[in-house]
Design a protein around this ligand. Structure first.
Ligand code: SAM
Ligand code: SF4
Length: 316
C-alpha cells in the first residue's frame, strides 16, 4: 500500500523480544530491561496474524529482529509461520550471531532467506567493551555455522562510533575485499542510550570513503549506498541515515515486541495492535501506514530521536 506521500510500504520489521544476551553501549542500559511478563509479548500466533494482515496491505518482506531474536525460544517455529504466510516473499533476520551456531541450520530449514549480522569490532577485547557481555569468538562461530548452513552473501552491520571503532574501517573493508559479503557501515543514531553522547562519537559515513579511496560507487541496495574496489569479492554499504537521510524512499513499518506499530523509527507515534484481529487489525495497520511522517529530524548534538524507546525495543 502507498502512504500519503506515495511511498510504497512493502517491508515490515518485527521485533519479537526486547531482551538480549548483550548490552551494547549504544543500544541498551547496562542493567538490561525490566523482566516482561510473557503475555506482554505478542505470541507467535499473534505475530503471524500481524504478518498476514500486513501482507494483505502489500507487505512482501519481513525482518525478524529484537532485542536479540535468537533469545526467544522456538524462533525457528516463528520463521516457519512467517515464511508460510501468503504474500510474503522474503523472511530475513538481524542478529548479533553469538547464539547462532546451533540455530543456523534449523533457521535455514524453516525458510529464513537472509541474515544480517551485527559486528562493530574485530578485536576481542573491544568486542567485550562494546557489547558488555558478548564474545567475538561466539559471533564468528555463528557466522561460520551460517555459511555452512547455506546462508550465502550475508550482510555484516558495523555501527560507526568516533573514538571507539572508527580506527577499524580499513580492517572491515578488507573483509569485503576478500569475502563475498556486504560489509555495511551504519551511522550512529542519537536515541536512547546514546542520545546524549558527545558530538565526536557521531561520525559520518564519509570516514569510510576517506579511509579507503579505492572504493567506487557501484549502485544502491535498499537504504545502502554500495561501493567496491578493484578485485573485491564482496562490497561495502554505507547507511547514512543521519547525514543523508533517506526518508523519501522509506518503504517500511515496524512492530515492537509489545505489539505497537511504529510508523517511523524516530517518532513517538505508535498504533496499538494488541488484541486486534481480522479486519480491525488490518485497519489499524493501514492507519499506521497513513500516519508515516515525511522525515525524521535527527541532528546529533542538536536534536535526538523523538521516540522514548531504546533501540532494543524497536529492533533497528
Ligand atoms: N540484536 C540484534 C543485533 O544486534 O543485530 C538485532 C537488534 S539490534 C537493535 C538491530 C541493529 O540496530 C543492530 O545492527 C544495531 O547495531 C543497531 N543499532 C542499535 N542502536 C543503534 C543506534 N543508536 N544507531 C544505529 N544503529 C543502532
Ligand atoms: Fe543486543 Fe543487538 Fe542491542 Fe547489541 S544492538 S544490545 S546485540 S539488541
Amino acid at each position: 500500500m502507498r502512504d500519503t506521500l506515495g511511498r510504497n510500504i512493502s517491508y515490515l520489521r518485527l521485533s519479537i523480544t526486547d531482551k538480549c544476551n548483550c548490552r551494547c553501549i549504544y543500544c541498551m542500559p547496562a542493567a538490561g530491561v525490566a523482566h516482561r511478563r510473557h503475555r506482554d509479548l505478542l505470541s507467535f500466533e499473534e505475530l503471524a496474524e500481524v504478518v498476514a494482515a500486513a501482507a494483505t496491505l502489500g507487505v512482501r518482506k519481513v525482518r525478524i529482529t529484537g532485542g536479540e531474536p535468537l533469545a526467544r525460544r522456538g524462533v525457528e517455529e516463528l520463521v516457519r509461520l512467517v515464511a508460510a504466510t501468503p504474500g510474503i516473499d522474503e523472511v530475513d533476520m538481524t542478529t548479533n550471531a553469538t547464539m547462532l551456531a546451533p540455530l543456523a541450520r534449523p533457521l535455514r530449514e524453516a525458510g529464513l532467506t537472509r541474515l544480517n549480522v551485527s559486528l562493530d569490532t574485530l578485536r576481542p577485547e573491544r568486542y567485550r567493551d562494546i557489547s558488555r557481555t558478548g564474545e567475538l569468538a561466539d559471533a564468528i562461530a555463528g557466522m561460520r555455522a551460517a555459511a555452512d548452513a547455506g546462508f550465502t552473501n550475508f550482510k555484516m552491520n558495523c555501527v560507526l562510533m568516533g573514538g571507539v571503532n572508527d580506527d577499524e574501517v580499513a580492517d572491515f573493508v578488507d573483509i569485503a575485499r576478500r569475502e563475498p559479503v556486504e560489509v555495511r557501515f551504519i551511522e550512529l543514531m542519537p536515541m536512547g542510550e546514546c542520545a546524549a553522547w558527545p558530538r565526536e562519537r557521531f561520525v559520518s559515513g564519509d570516514v569510510v570513503l576517506n579511509t579507503c579511496p579505492d572504493l567506487a560507487r557501484i549502485g544502491e541496495g535498499g537504504v545502502a549506498e554500495l561501493y567496491a574496489g578493484p578485485g573485491f569479492a564482496g562490497r561495502v554499504g554505507l547507511i547514512r541515515a543521519v547525514s543523508h537521510r533517506f526518508c523519501s524512499g522509506c518503504d517500511r513499518i515496524r512492530v515492537t515486541a509489545d505489539g505497537r506499530l511504529k510508523p517511523c523509527l524516530h517518532s513517538a507515534a505508535e498504533v496499538p495492535l494488541v488484541g486486534l484481529h481480522g479486519e480491525t487489525l488490518v485497519d489499524a495497520i493501514r492507519a499506521g501506514i497513513e500516519a508515516k511522517p515525511a522525515h525524521h529530524n535527527l541532528r546529533p548534538g542538536v536534536s535526538a530521536s523523538a521516540t522514548p524507546r531504546d533501540m532494543n525495543e524497536i529492533g533497528g
